[in-house]
Every structure is written in structure tokens, then in C-alpha cells.
Design a protein around this ligand. Structure first.
Ligand code: C2E
Ligand code: CA
Ligand code: CA
Ligand code: CA
Length: 275
């Protein structure tokens, strides 16, 4: 819709109209989604590549809309952020995740995603501390997943928050690693326990020599810095094989387990990966 030569004109088509209508509807309905029990958490396992055991689960938000069906997080999380609903939803998510994890075997951790907007909230640290106490979950069993974009604005404040969390033994993972900028500064300045290599690298690492070199070197670099590495989006045994060979610590992806209902978790955990 952009004409060349710096002349930009917006045309509104029926599609734009439809998108705007859907957005308004979602924005309106998201307000009551929590109260109406339409939100739930899916859990996706992490496989330890040394022991072939499940080490924990990542909590992923799901919204089942009564008429539109499942709405992907990529669509409703931005709306939640723009409306401020993310604070209530995020609080519910971390509480629900901690309550669930408190019933799992004690060697399993739970990880929860936090976006920029959430990390800017001054009340977040107290809310997490309170939630852990209420759920009776040991802080070391909670991992907070952040992306590089949380550091673009208020770098110092974010570091301070992450340091407070890590002094409580809550661990911090840097998610989608490799997709943003200035990543090396973050490795040096943040109290990170884990780096999650983005799915796009895992996808290409067996067909693109540069990509496989990047994955291998990232694992080495992270280990030098005493940071563990989890590879995201592992879909094939060949990918799992390569990750094992380069010494990657953990794998996550459809091959190991798709995000699923909490009731299915004992079944997933019981499954062993003797590859
Ligand atoms: P993410 O944290 O990078 O989560 C991984 C995404 O990849 C999930 O998508 C997951 O379903 C998908 N995935 C996992 N394994 C595979 C695989 O083998 N192949 C493929 N193709 N995909 C795989 P999902 O659940 O749609 O979540 C999208 C994003 O929404 C998440 O990306 C995260 O950034 C955000 N999100 C989800 N839950 C929360 C939450 O509670 N709070 C916040 N702030 N963000 C969340
Ligand atoms: Ca994540
Ligand atoms: Ca990710
Ligand atoms: Ca992602």
C-alpha cells in the first residue's frame, strides 16, 4: 500500500475494515476473558539432552474465544499490552503456573514469559514473591523468560529487577536468542541462567553451514559464561542429534512435546527419550 518515491498513501480496503472490527471485538472481549474462564495455560516440556529426562515445562497462554475459537497469543498479547490488561493476565498466568508446578515432582521447573510492559511494572517483583509464597513453590523452580526487546528502554531498571529475582533464586532465560540486536552485551550484563536459541536457527542449522556454525559457537560461548542453552522448535530427530553433538543442554519443540493441557502432563513426563 505504499507508493514509491516517498509518497505514501493509505487505502482502506474491506480487509482493513474487517481487521479493525476483529480487533475491536477482541479488545472488548479480552476485558472479560479472565473472569469468564476463557484463558488457560498450555505447558510444553523441556528435554534434558544429557539425561534424556524432562526438566520442566514452559507455560504458554491460550485464549479460547466463545465464537471466534482459539486466538493465537501473537494476536491477543499485543492487545493485552496496549490496553494494560497484560498486568492482570500476566499475574493470573504466573500464579496459575506456580500453583501447577507446586504439584509436580520437585526436580521440575516452570518457566513463564514476561513482556516489556510487564517488566516495567514496579509492582511485579512483589507480586512474584507473593505468588511463590502462596503457591508454596521454591523460587529456584520458577524461570522468567524475557526477550531482548525488554532491554531497549530502561536497561538499568530491568537489570535491577532481574538481579533482585536472581538473588531470590528465580532464574532468568533470554528467549528468542539471535533474533534481536546487541545480544553480546546482554550476555555480559544480565544475570542469565539460560539462553534459548530461536527456532529459526534450529530450522536452518542442518541445511545452512553458517547457521550450524552459529548454533555450535553459541553453545560454546554460553557455556564459557556458565549459561545453559535450550534449543527451541526442535521438530526432527536429526536436529536433536546435531544439538546433542554440539553439547546443547536442552531441547524444546514438537518432537519432544507440543504445548498441551495440564491434565496431559503426567503422560508427557512419563515418556522417555532413549534416542
Ligand atoms: P515463545 O515464548 O517463543 O514460545 C514458543 C512458541 O513456539 C510457542 O508459540 C510454541 O507453541 C511454539 N512452538 C514450540 N515448539 C515448536 C515447534 O517445534 N515448531 C513450531 N513451529 N513452533 C513451536 P505460541 O504458544 O503461539 O506463543 C507465541 C508467543 O507468545 C511466545 O513465544 C511468547 O512470546 C508469547 N507468549 C505466550 N504465552 C505468554 C505469556 O504468558 N506471557 C507473555 N508475555 N507472552 C506469552
Ligand atoms: Ca518463551
Ligand atoms: Ca522463544
Ligand atoms: Ca518466538
Amino acid at each position: 500500500k505504499t507508493l514509491g518515491m516517498g509518497c505514501s498513501i493509505q487505502f482502506f480496503s474491506a480487509n482493513d475494515d474487517e481487521a479493525a472490527t476483529r480487533r475491536h471485538l477482541l479488545e472488548r472481549d479480552l476485558t472479560s476473558a479472565l473472569a469468564n474462564d476463557q484463558l488457560w495455560l498450555a505447558f510444553q516440556p523441556f528435554l534434558d539432552l544429557g539425561s534424556d529426562r524432562i526438566r520442566g515445562y514452559e507455560a504458554l497462554l491460550r485464549w479460547q474465544h466463545p465464537t471466534l475459537g482459539p486466538i493465537p497469543p501473537s494476536e491477543f498479547i499485543p492487545i493485552a499490552e496496549q490496553t494494560g490488561l497484560i498486568h492482570a493476565i500476566g499475574h493470573w498466568a504466573v500464579k496459575t503456573a506456580c500453583l501447577a508446578a507446586a504439584r509436580w515432582p520437585r526436580d521440575l521447573r516452570v518457566s513463564v514469559n514476561f513482556s516489556v510492559v510487564q517488566l516495567k511494572n514496579k509492582a511485579l517483583l512483589d507480586a512474584i514473591v507473593e505468588t511463590l509464597a502462596e503457591a508454596g513453590l521454591e523460587p529456584r523452580r520458577l524461570e522468567v523468560e524475557i526477550t531482548e526487546n525488554v532491554l531497549i528502554s530502561n536497561f538499568e531498571e530491568t537489570i535491577c529487577l532481574l538481579q533482585s529475582l536472581s538473588s531470590l533464586s528465580v532464574t532468568v532465560a533470554l528467549d528468542d536468542f539471535g533474533t534481536g540486536y546487541s545480544s553480546l552485551t546482554y550476555l555480559r550484563k544480565l544475570p542469565l541462567s539460560r539462553l534459548k536459541i530461536d527456532r529459526s536457527f534450529v530450522q536452518d542449522m542442518l541445511t545452512d553451514a553458517d547457521c550450524s556454525a552459529i548454533v555450535k559457537s553459541l553453545v560454546e560461548l554460553a557455556h564459557e559464561l556458565r549459561i545453559e542453552v535450550t534449543a527451541e522448535g526442535v521438530e526432527t530427530l536429526d536436529q536433536l542429534d546435531y544439538l546433542r553433538r554440539v553439547g546443547c543442554d536442552e531441547a524444546q519443540g514438537y518432537l519432544i512435546g507440543k504445548p498441551g493441557r495440564i491434565d496431559d502432563i503426567p503422560a508427557i513426563a512419563a515418556r522417555q527419550f532413549g534416542v
